[in-house]
Design a protein around this ligand. Structure first.
Ligand code: SF4
Length: 76
């Protein structure tokens, strides 16, 4: 699966780091999110979708590749 982070949208809330530690971190100087692993294993899908849903800036997009349906796998 692939994860995309738009740092220009990020407002440094830190929700992504709490939801998916090890995949997101925050810069020490301003708290802007950093994507540590843009292609994490499918086992982190739940964490990543939580991060995507919790991000107040809509700065995160998660792409379920590798055969997982893009729709219907979670409530809208
Ligand atoms: S949850 Fe969104 S706004 Fe908050 S730090 Fe992560 S990317 Fe930035």
């Amino acid at each position: 699966m692939n994860v995309y982070l738009d740092q220009d949208k990020c407002v440094a809330s830190g929700q992504c780091v709490l939801a998916a530690p090890g995949i997101f971190d925050q810069r020490e100087e301003d708290g802007i999110a950093v994507l540590l692993d843009p292609a994490p294993p499918a086992g982190r899908a739940r964490d990543l979708h939580d991060a995507e849903d919790l991000c107040p800036a809509l700065a995160i997009r998660v792409d379920d590749a590798q055969g997982t349906p893009a729709t219907g796998d979670r409530p809208a």
